[in-house]
Design a protein around this ligand. Structure first.
Ligand SMILES: Cc1cc2nc3c(=O)[nH]c(=O)nc-3n(C[C@H](O)[C@H](O)[C@H](O)COP(=O)(O)OP(=O)(O)OC[C@H]3O[C@@H](n4cnc5c(N)ncnc54)[C@H](O)[C@@H]3O)c2cc1C
Length: 488
C-alpha cells in the first residue's frame, strides 16, 4: 500500500526537493528516527535534524512486540532496517494464561519482540547512516523550530509542542482508570504470559514477554481500589531523582508475583505508576507542523501497536512528502492514508483497555471461561475464530459455563442451528424488550423479500434481526424484535 520501493527508484541520483528543503523533527523515538531515515533516503538534498531531549542510551521501558504482519510491512519498505531488527528480536508464538486456579496455553500467535533500547539504537544508526543529523540532550521549546519548512512533532503521547494549544489540532486525551507500571526481569518466560494474582487487597495482573536473551518485559496492572488498599498509591517524590524508579512498589510487586518470577527480582527503568492516555487529534497538521506517532494517536499497550503505528506513520508521511512539492498536500495525503488503520487499531484497543480495567470481576470464572473472555476481548479474534483455532478450549469453556448454572433457563434448541445452552442462548433484556436469546442476524441489503428473510432468520433461531440500510453501512431495525412478555 505504501510505495517505498517506488520512491527509492524514482529518486536515485535526483535532487528534487520541491518547496521544502529543511525538516526539523522533535523527538528521537521510533517515529521521529524512522521518518528521518526515510526522508533522507528519498531526498538526499533535504536536511533532516532530529532533536531528542534524552541522551542516546536513556530509553525508557523494556521490550516491545511486533506482529508478523508488521514485520513483513517493514521488510517491504526498508529491508535493511528490517533485517537488523529481526537479528535483534526474539520470536514468540504462544500465549500462556495463568489464572489463579489453572494455567492455559494458546499456541500459534507469531510475533517477535525486541528491546526498546536495541530498537532505538538500530533506528538511530540507520537514520544517521542515511544522513540525518541527530542532536541528543536537546530539549526543544515549542515554537523554536518554526523556521524549518517542515516541523514534525514526534514528541510522544504527552507532546508539549502539540499541547501548547489543544485547539490547534483538536486534541483530546482520555485517561484510563487502571494504574500500570512498565518493568523488566531476568526471570525466564517462553511465552507471552498473563499472570493473575489475588491478594488480600485485590487483584494484580502481569503481562510478561521475553524480548532478549535472559530479559523479559513485565507490565503490571491493577484497579484503583487495589492500588490504594495495597498502599502503592503512596509513591515517593521523584523531583530529586527524575530518572529513578518506585523502588518500594518494585519490591512489593516482586513479592506479589514471586511464584511467577522464580526468585528473580523485578527491575525498574524510570518505572512508576501511571495511567494510560488515549490520544485523539481532529487534525494531524497545521501550517508547516505535522503530528507523528504517539503525538498524533495512541492505542492501549495491551494491543501492542504503538510502535508499529509510529513506524507506519513515518513510512506514510515520507512517501507523501516525496510525492508532493508542497508540505500541505503531503500532510493531507498522509492523514488520509493513516486515519483508517489508526482508527481500527484504536477501536481494538478500547475494549482491550476496558477488559484489563475490569479483569478482577471475571477471576471467579472457571479458567477456560476466563480464557475465552480474555482471548475474544477485541474484535481481532471472534468466538467462532477462537473455536476454529482452539475447539477443545472453547468446548471446555462452554461446559464450564453450563455447569456453573450460567445457562439455567436458556432457550431450548431452535430449529436450524445448534443452540445447546451456552452464553448465546441466555435471554437478554434490551431496554424494554426481552429477547429470548442473544443470536442476532444481519440481513444483506439485497435480501429480496424482507418479510420472508426475517421469517427465515427466525427459523434459524435469531431473536433479533437487523437489516442494512442505505446509505453506507448503517444498521437499522426495520422489523420489531421478538417481544417476550412472559418472564422466564
Ligand atoms: C507499558 C507500555 C508497553 C508498550 N508495549 C508496546 C508494544 O509491545 N508494541 C508496540 O508497538 N508499542 C508498545 N508501546 C507503545 C510504544 O512505546 C509507543 O507507541 C512508541 O514508543 C511511540 O513512538 P513515538 O516515537 O511516537 O513516541 P516516543 O517513543 O514517546 O518518543 C518520543 C520522544 O520524544 C522525546 N521528546 C519529548 N519531548 C521532547 C522535547 N520537547 N524535545 C526533545 N525531545 C522530546 C522523548 O524523550 C522521546 O524520546 C507500549 C507502551 C507502553 C506504555
Amino acid at each position: 500500500m505504501i510505495g517505498w520501493n517506488l520512491i527509492v527508484q524514482r529518486n536515485e541520483g535526483a535532487a528534487l526537493t520541491g518547496g521544502w528543503r529543511k525538516v526539523a523533527v522533535v523527538g528521537g523515538g521510533p517515529a521521529g528516527l524512522f521518518l528521518a531515515r526515510l526522508i533522507r533516503m528519498a531526498r538526499p538534498a533535504v536536511s533532516v535534524d532530529v532533536y531528542e531531549r534524552n541522551a542516546p542510551d536513556e530509553a525508557s521501558g523494556f521490550g516491545v512486540v511486533f506482529s508478523a504482519r508488521t514485520m513483513s510491512e517493514l521488510r517491504r519498505n526498508d529491508p535493511e532496517t528490517h533485517a537488523r531488527i529481526v537479528a535483534a528480536s526474539v520470536a514468540v508464538s504462544d500465549m500462556e494464561l495463568r489464572h489463579p486456579r489453572a494455567t492455559l496455553r494458546y499456541g500459534g500467535f507469531d510475533f517477535s519482540s525486541i528491546s526498546r533500547r536495541a530498537l532505538l539504537l538500530i533506528l538511530r544508526e540507520q537514520a544517521a547512516k542515511a544522513g540525518a543529523t541527530l542532536h541528543f540532550g536537546k530539549l526543544v521549546a515549542p515554537g523554536s523550530l518554526d523556521d524549518a519548512d517542515v516541523v514534525v512533532y514526534a514528541d510522544g503521547a504527552n507532546s508539549s509542542h502539540r499541547d501548547v494549544d489543544p485547539e490547534r489540532f483538536g486534541t483530546s486525551v482520555r485517561h484510563g482508570s487502571s494504574p500500570y507500571m512498565w518493568l523488566g526481569t531476568h526471570a525466564p518466560f517462553d511465552a507471552a504470559t498473563f499472570a493473575f494474582v489475588e491478594t488480600e487487597h485485590g487483584h494484580f495482573a502481569g503481562h510478561a514477554y521475553p524480548y532478549a536473551d535472559g530479559m523479559t518485559t513485565v507490565v503490571v496492572e491493577t484497579d484503583p481500589g487495589t492500588w490504594k488498599a495495597s498502599g502503592m498509591d503512596r509513591a515517593g517524590d521523584f523531583s530529586r531523582n527524575p530518572g529513578g524508579s518506585d523502588e518500594e512498589a518494585l519490591a512489593q510487586l516482586g513479592e506479589i508475583f514471586a511464584e511467577h518470577l522464580g526468585g528473580h527480582p523485578l527491575i525498574g527503568n524510570r518505572s512508576r505508576w501511571s495511567t494510560f492516555r488515549t490520544v485523539h487529534n481532529e487534525r494531524w497538521s497545521e501550517g508547516n507542523a505535522v503530528l507523528l506517532g504517539d503525538a498524533a494517536h495512541t492505542a492501549h499497550f495491551t494491543v501492542g501497536s504503538g510502535t508499529k503505528m509510529a513506524m507506519e506513520d513515518a513510512i506514510s508521511l515520507a512517501a507523501a512528502l516525496q510525492r508532493n512539492t508542497d508540505p500541505g498536500p503531503a500532510f493531507a495525503e498522509y492523514e488520509r492514508e493513516r486515519r483508517g488503520p489508526v482508527a481500527r487499531t484504536q477501536e481494538w484497543a478500547e475494549p482491550s483497555m476496558r477488559w484489563w480495567e475490569t479483569f478482577g470481576r471475571r477471576l471467579h470464572m472457571a479458567p477456560a471461561q476466563f480464557g475465552l473472555h480474555f482471548m475474544t476481548r477485541t474484535s481481532a479474534l471472534s468466538y467462532e475464530g477462537l473455536r476454529r483455532r482452539f475447539p477443545d478450549r472453547v468446548d471446555e469453556a462452554e461446559a464450564a459455563y453450563r455447569t456453573s448454572g450460567g445457562a439455567a433457563g436458556a432457550a431450548p434448541a431452535a430449529a436450524a442451528v445448534d443452540l445447546r445452552p451456552n452464553a448465546v442462548t441466555e435471554p437478554l433484556l434490551l431496554g424494554s424488550v426481552r429477547l429470548r436469546n442473544r443470536l442476532v442476524e444481519v440481513l444483506p441489503e439485497d435480501c429480496g423479500d424482507r418479510e420472508a428473510a426475517v421469517r427465515a432468520a427466525e427459523a434459524r433461531g435469531a431473536a433479533l434481526v437487523l437489516a442494512r440500510q442505505r446509505p453506507g453501512l448503517s444498521l437499522g431495525l426495520p422489523v420489531p424484535p421478538h417481544p417476550e412478555p412472559a418472564a422466564r
